[in-house]
Each structure stands twice: as C-alpha cells, then as structure tokens.
Design a binder for this molecule. Sequence first.
Ligand code: YXS
Length: 259
Amino acid sequence: MSLVLTEIKGSTGVITLNHVEKRNALSEALIEGITDALSEFQSQNVRAVILRAQPGVKVWSAGHDVSELPNRGRDPLGWDDPLRILIRAIQEFPAPVIALIEGGVWGGGCEVAMACDILVATPDTTFAITPAKLGVPYNLGGLVTVVNMVPLPVIKEMLFTAQPVPAQQALNLGMINYIKPVEEIEEFVLNMTKQIAANSPLSISVMKESLRLLVGAHAITPELFERTQGLRRVVYDSNDYQEGINAFREKRKPQFTGT
Ligand code: YXS
C-alpha cells in the first residue's frame, strides 16, 4: 500500500496522504513519498499542488512519527529531520501548495499545513500544536512558521495548552483561508487551482519565493542562536523528554517532573 497517492489533474498535482492506519503520522517514508511527488510535479511544471488526506478521514495528520523521534540527548528536530526537510520542500516549491484539510491536524502536521500557501478546511477540522504534550523542544524554524500564522497570544495558548483549535476559530484568526463543507471542498479547491493556472507561473513563483524570504528574514545574533539552542538542549537532554516519548509508546499519560 502506498503511503502517498499522487495524480495530476490538468495542471494541478494532487498528493493524498494514505497511511490511515497510522493517522498519516509523518514518518520518514511518508515524507519521502511527498517530497518525491513534489519533485515529479516540479518536473511536470504543474501550476499548483493540492496536499490532502483521504476524503472522510478523522485525522489529516497525527504529526511527526513519534516512533522516529530520537531518545534523549539528540536534537529531535534538527535541520536534516524529515519533517524539517518536508517543510522546506513545501515552502520552496515554485508554485502554490494548497492544503485541503479534513479532521484533526496534530503537532508537526500543523506546521506542514501552515507551510502551505493556502489552507481550505472542512468544518470538523482542528489544529493542535503539541510539543509540550510530548516534552519536545520545538525548533526556531518551526516557531517562525507558526508565529507567522497567528497572533502571539494565540500561538502561546496553542503551544502551552496543546489543545485543539477548531476551524471556525482558525478562520477568525486568519490561520486558514476558507471553511467549506465536505461535499463542496474538492471542487472549490480545484476551481482555485484553475484560477492560479490562468495566471503567470513566473510571477507567482517569484512572489512566493520573495514572500518566503521576507517573512523568514529575522535578524538573529550568534548569542541569540546559541542561547536558544542551549535552552532546547536542556529539554531534549531531560528526563521529561524521554518520559514524553516513553508515555506515548506505552499509551499512557506522561508524568512530567520538570527535570
Ligand atoms: O497502536 P497502533 O500501532 O495501532 O498505532 C496507533 C498510534 O500509535 C499511531 N499513531 C502514531 N504513530 C506515530 N506517531 C504519531 N504521531 C502517531 N499518532 C498515532 O496510529 C495508530 C492509531 O492511533 P490511535 O489509536 O491513537 O488513533 P485515534 O483515532 O484514537 O487517535 C488519533 C490521534 C491523532 C488523536 C492520536 O493518535 C494521537 O493523539 N496521536 C498523537 C498526536 C500528537 O501528539 N502528535 C505530535 C507528534 S510529535 C510532533 O509532531 C512534533 C515533534 S511536535 O510535538 O514538536 O509538534
């Protein structure tokens, strides 16, 4: 069974997450399926990409594959982590990537959705950013992605509570572009890709890349970088980090001690 299904509809590439049994957890293998599809679509000069899960799913993506997170002592979200590679692949793809979202979006799955250029969701969609639930120290690039999406008090609430935010609140906050009923969302998104395809692909790709560079342009001093990396190291070296991962594997609630 393919973890990812792909097809080209006219000038639009469609990627469907297809690992329903594992709630589309972002494993290295699933991510490779997505990045391979993006490379193929780029060679086919598609004008837009739709990233979706199977119609009717309860979970769009359960986030990073927890079983692939390293044990304590190693940065779980380093530059070469598959999730980081996927985020960059979406952000650097030279045409708009539209997230067609149904169901729950968890952890790194939220960042994948937020890395997309346009987000269209069904009413049952929820977004839960959950590093605190697992005891994971989110990385700076990931924080930039999410901070660029929603006001600071909201992103702090999402990070500190790890609770799901419903689609209507996400729409009110400008996190997503539209909410569409299940029976309308696919046609709505395909029509949007047709509008995009009618415009200049060069102009669009240059504006997309320019916006990526602009919103990512944060002056960061070596001291700031080293300070934040040191803070993150305290977390991924901690007992709590290992406890979060063990608790998930053992299907029990974690008992965090702050050590
Ligand atoms: O027990 P089996 O083998 O059937 O597998 C179960 C789950 O273990 C598996 N699964 C996952 N495997 C690896 N990584 C995951 N993130 C993951 N999520 C689920 O899928 C099978 C079905 O799961 P189950 O029985 O729990 O399904 P459900 O429908 O009752 O509940 C769906 C969820 C998504 C509510 C539940 O699976 C869940 O809470 N998953 C974890 C969501 C989460 O906390 N994700 C964050 C992962 S860490 C991450 O993304 C970043 C590093 S960070 O934390 O920094 O954002």
